[in-house]
Write a protein that binds this ligand. Structure first.
Ligand code: ZN
Length: 237
């Protein structure tokens, strides 16, 4: 009798504990659902964490429009924008997350992109290719961006490549393919047309959305991270 009762008590206790674990687990999920189901593209969390592992973890709870955007970008990004050198492996690039870091040229603002730095500070050496298929919608000089090129992908996402040294054979309206040469990495910008050398050679990448007439910039850092294993090889040294 004694043994039997203990056995039953242990079973009851075990079932109670299981119930508590299941309930708390479910409540945690509900909490996350409530936290993320209202997220907007304009929310700083969404813009800063775009494409990160953290965002993927909660992607089930994101609104449908946000999920669709993640899928669009995932589908269209094909190559890292700076190919490796087949001739000189020491020519490399690196980048860190500087989303919204302070920038001061022509007024204080947050950095709306990721800077891909060149291991050797030589303008016009590193090729820059399109990350996606798309159409060239902007090409030419901007005070802040220098010689820049803007490509709208088939999903309507805008990919912005800035501070180029020179352009490849591309013009406004051209259709480009992922991996196609756009120009060469440089240090142009921060002045009137032709200004160079105001900072180190790098490629500034920006990613923008146009939603209900509003331009929304996203953090390209995690997108670039996802593409690090997809670098083309070009012949340059
Ligand atoms: Zn930048």
């Amino acid at each position: 009798m004694w043994k039997k009762r203990t056995g039953q008590q242990i079973l009851v206790l075990f079932l109670c504990a299981l119930l508590v674990v299941l309930l708390s687990n479910n409540m945690e999920k509900m909490g996350k659902y409530n936290e993320f189901r209202h997220i907007k593209f304009t929310d700083s969390w969404f813009r800063a964490k775009f494409f990160s592992e953290e965002m993927r973890e909660v992607s089930d709870w994101l609104p449908e429009r946000a999920k669709a955007l993640l899928r669009n970008v995932e589908r269209e990004i094909t190559y890292f924008p700076v190919p490796e050198s087949a001739k000189k492996p020491s020519l490399t690039t690196s980048f860190v997350d500087t989303w919204q870091a302070e920038r001061n040229y022509k007024g204080k603002r947050g950095h709306e992109g990721t800077d891909i730095m060149a291991s050797e500070n030589i303008r016009g050496l590193y090729p820059v290719v399109s990350m996606t298929d798309g159409t060239v919608v902007n090409i030419g000089w901007l005070d802040k961006g220098g010689y820049r090129i803007g490509i709208t992908s088939n999903s309507g996402t805008y990919y912005y490549y800035a501070h180029l040294d020179s352009y490849a054979d591309v013009s406004e309206g051209d259709e480009v393919e992922a991996g196609q040469l756009l120009g060469y990495m440089g240090d142009s910008g921060y002045g009137p047309e032709g200004t160079k050398g105001q900072f180190a050679v790098h490629l500034h990448m920006g990613i923008y959305l146009y939603l209900d007439g509003e331009e929304i910039s996203l953090n390209p850092y995690y997108v670039l991270q996802a593409l690090e294993s997809r670098k083309l090889k070009y012949e340059y040294s």
